[in-house]
Design a protein around this ligand. Structure first.
Ligand code: GLN
Length: 297
């Protein structure tokens, strides 16, 4: 069936039916939905473009899922990170805008190096959708990127994202909590190690919105209240043995545990650990390096 639709009316109808988001957020969602489903840009909607569509789109199903707090990114199966498209499903976290700042931090560091274009090895621990590893593979010059995750399902999604973005990343199924104590066996070395590991405590889960809590993988989000820094401790141990001299480590952190997380890296022998704030002025990353003198065995 060929139907003619006035886009503004469709926009208003959908907006009206979405009840679980504030108006601004709901508008963004509907703009995104119409672009994805009907290739309508904001300007097309604002100028009330008439659309002829042969497709039947099950809008009521989409609205129902949205009102059930399912993230729009899972409904559409994709999102954007650092200017690129990434496929997402419930095996991976939806990439967050804050995490884009990690890519910028690493790129900046590369530019400040004496030989910025020198080949470098990069490792992303707990890669999820692969957004960090793939963005670094694209943004850095001459980087050989590896990425670990404990979840085979996440790795399958990350592989698809690497193909989608024409990026070369070597994915491996690794549990960093185990790898940290077996690292001597692999003998691998890296110039850059990055990670956005699980860091939300169960206690903090009480304040989380349903769209996160009910849909995103808990494996990627939560840590036990009694050991909130367990992944940083493993990463620090691992990096202590695998990060090259003059190498860089950047991890995303729990905003409530900035100094405590920095201390983990200081205790592991890193000589310089800096807490970096995100655009919202929250403690969001720890950046660490070490010199030969300071490195513990
Ligand atoms: N920043 C994410 C959130 O608050 C959590 C990401 C993570 O646990 N690494 O939902």
């Amino acid at each position: 069936m060929n139907t003619s639709l006035a886009s503004k009316q469709l926009f208003e109808d959908l907006l009206h039916q979405i009840t679980v988001y504030d108006t601004q957020e709901a508008k963004e969602i509907v703009f995104w939905l119409l672009e994805h489903k009907l290739n309508l840009k904001k300007i097309d909607i604002l100028s009330n473009k008439i659309i002829d569509t042969h497709q039947t789109i099950d809008w009521s199903n989409i609205v129902e899922r949205l009102n059930n707090h399912e993230p729009i990114q899972y409904i559409l199966g994709e999102t954007f990170f650092y200017g690129r498209k990434f496929l997402v499903d419930d095996s991976v976290l939806i990439p967050r805008p804050e995490t884009e700042e990690l890519i910028a931090l690493v790129s900046q560091w590369e530019k400040q190096q004496q030989h910025p274009t020198k080949p470098k090895t990069v490792l992303d621990i707990g890669t999820g959708s692969g957004c960090i590893a793939i963005s670094l593979a694209k943004e850095l010059s001459n980087a050989e990127v590896s990425a670990y995750d404990i979840s085979a399902l996440a790795l399958a999604t990350a592989q698809k994202n690497a193909a989608l973005n024409h990026a070369q990343v070597q994915f491996e199924k690794v549990d960093i909590l185990e790898a940290a104590s077996q690292v001597a066996i692999t003998g691998k070395r890296f110039d850059i190690i990055v990670s956005n590991p699980p860091y939300v405590t169960r206690q903090e889960a009480n304040e989380m919105r349903k769209n996160v809590l009910n849909f995103e993988p808990h494996l990627a989000l939560f840590v036990d209240d009694t050991a909130p820094l367990v992944f940083y401790e493993a990463i620090a141990r691992f990096a202590n043995q695998t990060l090259n001299q003059e190498g860089l480590l950047v991890v995303e952190i729990n905003e409530n545990l900035g100094p405590e997380t920095a201390e983990v890296f200081q205790n592991a022998g890193f000589s310089e650990t800096i807490i970096v704030q995100d655009i919202h002025k929250k403690n969001r990353f720890v950046k660490a390096t070490f010199s030969k003198k300071m490195k513990k065995d």
